[in-house]
Design a protein around this ligand. Structure first.
Ligand code: GLY
Length: 328
């Protein structure tokens, strides 16, 4: 097999370049697939550590109360998965999720106890102030100064009383740009990592699809890997990543698996104009669905235009539009 790294959005080169470096350097080492898992985590970590990316890690936009919380997970197989949600003091959910997978009998830790776990495991805390950049704080101040948000019941009690001059929120919707990184090494072993600061200005305590195994990410060496970005609630209502992998297990090619998972969302939800979900999907080395065909390859698809994936292989790194868009 040829190694490959596939990630979400145009910030993908930030993820793919370090992931590729690890994959090419270590991908052929033995030891239970550590190389490709190391690679996807290196990719997600680079995005988490980039303060200019406002949807993942340091620099992520905060919740309605002005505090950043981070979610993430990693996966190699149904019995090799780890996850953390609602971290508030540490920048790297995927690396911490790996430690949950490797050091505990559990899959998922949440909230303050997940922060404490990270501390006990020797991760360096950046603190709440370290996660919230000046830019992110400024965006939050713009958001809360819009009385439309203050009036909404779902935020009542969470937003501090303000006396800020009224300003409308401006700029593009910044609320859902999860980084998902899927990798395959030279032996055909798969791994995935998924990391986000979640929906911007969410109700505090809200956790989306990204750290939930089967929703934001699912990997099964026998069937394939899939990951989702966009409005987490839509993905969670349909177990999006699990569904795409199960489609491949039954013989679907990656593009058809992604299309089916996204079509399920368009059929079962009343979508608003800002609703977007995109998926990246990679077949198992055993062939799409394991039915003896040649390797089924990979795919990306989105409900609406605008999504880009980043692909790295022996030919280099390319940022490309989704291969299929369901709603023009
Ligand atoms: N897809 C990221 C989230 O909704 O939190």
């Amino acid at each position: 097999m040829q190694p490959i790294v596939l990630s979400t959005w145009s910030f993908g080169p930030v993820a793919n370049n370090p992931a590729w470096e690890v994959l090419v350097r270590r991908g052929d080492e033995g030891g239970g697939g550590g190389g490709v898992l190391d690679a996807v985590i290196a990719g997600a970590t680079a995005v988490e550590n980039d303060p200019t990316i406002n949807s993942v890690g340091i620099g992520g936009l905060p919740d309605a109360s002005g505090r950043v919380s981070l979610d993430g997970c990693v996966m190699e197989n149904p019995d090799r998965a780890g996850s953390v949600a609602c971290l508030r003091r540490f920048a790297n959910p995927c690396a911490i999720a790996r430690r949950v997978m490797e050091k505990t009998i559990h899959i998922m830790l949440v909230g303050e106890d997940a922060d404490r776990f990270a501390e006990r495991e020797g991760f360096a805390p950046i603190g709440e102030k370290g996660l919230l950049t000046d830019y992110a704080r400024g965006e939050w101040e713009k958001w809360i100064s819009d009385p439309r948000h203050l009036d909404r019941d779902k935020y009542r009690g969470w937003i501090p009383p303000l006396n800020i001059e009224e300003k409308a929120r401006s700029g593009p919707d910044q609320s859902h740009d999860t980084v998902c990184v899927l990798g395959m090494d030279g032996r055909g072993r798969l791994a995935g990592a998924c990391s986000t600061s979640g929906m911007a200005f969410k109700v505090p305590g809200r956790v989306g699809d990204s750290p939930i195994i089967g929703h934001g990410l699912y990997v099964d060496q026998e069937a394939g890997a899939a990951a989702a970005t966009g409005n987490g609630e839509l993905v969670m209502g349909t177990c999006g990543s699990f569904l795409a992998v199960e489609m491949m297990r039954r013989g679907a090619m990656p593009i058809d698996a992604a299309t089916e998972a996204l079509t399920r969302i368009t059929r079962r939800f009343k979508l608003g104009p800002d609703h977007q979900v995109a998926m990246i999907v990679m077949a198992s080395a055993k062939g799409a669905g394991g039915h003896g065909r040649e390797w089924g390859g990979w795919a990306s698809a989105a409900i609406r235009p605008g999504f880009q994936h980043t692909i790295t292989d022996a030919g280099g790194t390319r940022v490309e539009p989704a291969q299929r868009v369901l709603m023009a």
